[in-house]
Design a protein around this ligand. Structure first.
Ligand code: GUN
Length: 286
């Protein structure tokens, strides 16, 4: 039976470490500040934004929250981002996605100053990641790396298969595993023989958006399996892309849903905001 990778506990220890570092910064009169923009009233986004504000409070950060109506024009939103870019008190800016359909997410992401791009979605952040320069890394894949390292999983030299190639998870995930010296294969909807490719993996990272698609027949005996997505089934039960009951019988370690990757995203957002604040104050040796 696989050992559980406890994302809730690992995320809690990361937030506690951040809280401690923030208290030390406070002695120098520095306090990180995250600005979060919510445009419209998508119920899931409203909950995510509330959780981000709560995490800021826990870690000892200031937070600024802009709640804009769904009818906000792209120009108005870009103006607000420009104000936050120029506000020295603000260290990180996050615009909650998805945005109303009349607003270009690409234009909004491009408008955030790279030094405040705590989501790591900006082309400058992605480019820095690709060529190994300091910069912000997308929070969910950064969280997966922390889950692996803090659970004692060795990455260097391992066969890693990532299923999914989104800009937010799959692509940065593959680059991060490469940076950790894994041998990386990225799979997607056009991949032939997906099952055989997955069976090669020592570390299988799944972000495909299909409930319970990956069962034990995709998994090598003893593999580490990371399930990134979360779905709500009829009857309200939550599940991931991995058929947990089937895969836990063959994997050596596995993340549950909920309580695996999910809680890591906010912890890494806090980490990015603290890092941004320290970089902006000349306190990082990079
Ligand atoms: N919507 C769902 N996940 C995310 C995220 O990580 N960042 C932003 N900005 N929006 C999201």
């Amino acid at each position: 039976m696989a050992e559980l990778i406890d994302g809730k506990a690992i995320s809690q220890s990361i937030k506690d470490e951040i809280k401690e570092k923030t208290a030390k910064l406070g002695e120098k009169g520095i306090k990180p500040c995250l600005a979060v923009i919510l445009c419209g009233d998508d119920p899931a986004s409203t909950v995510y934004v509330a959780n981000k504000k709560k995490a800021c409070e826990y870690c000892g950060f200031d937070s600024v929250s802009l709640e804009l109506p769904a009818g906000t024009t792209q120009e108005e939103l870009l103006d607000r981002i420009k104000e936050l870019n120029e506000d020295d008190k603000v260290n990180g800016i996050l615009v909650q996605l998805p945005l109303p359909s009349h607003i270009s997410e690409d234009a909004v992401i491009a408008a955030i100053a790279p030094e405040k791009d705590v989501d790591g979605f900006n082309a400058v952040s992605v480019g820095n990641l690709l060529i190994g320069r300091p910069g912000f890394v997308s929070c969910t894949p950064a969280g997966v790396i922390q889950l692996l390292k803090r659970s004692g999983v060795e990455i260097a030299g391992k066969e890693c298969v990532v299923i999914g190639r989104s800009n937010i998870v799959g692509k940065p995930m593959s680059v991060l595993m490469l940076r950790e010296n894994a041998t990386v294969t990225t799979c997607h909807s056009k991949t032939k023989n997906l099952k055989e490719v997955c069976k090669r993996a020592d570390i299988l990272i799944v972000a495909i958006g299909k409930p319970k698609m990956i069962d034990a027949s995709y998994v090598k005996e003893g593999a580490v399996v990371i399930d990134v997505d979360i779905h709500r089934l009829e009857g309200k039960k939550l599940c991931g892309d991995v058929d947990f009951d089937s895969v836990e019988k063959v994997a050596s370690k596995i993340t549950p849903v909920p309580g695996g990757v999910g809680p890591m995203t906010i912890a890494m957002l806090m980490n990015n905001c603290l890092e941004g604040c320290m970089r902006q104050n000349g306190l990082l040796n990079e």
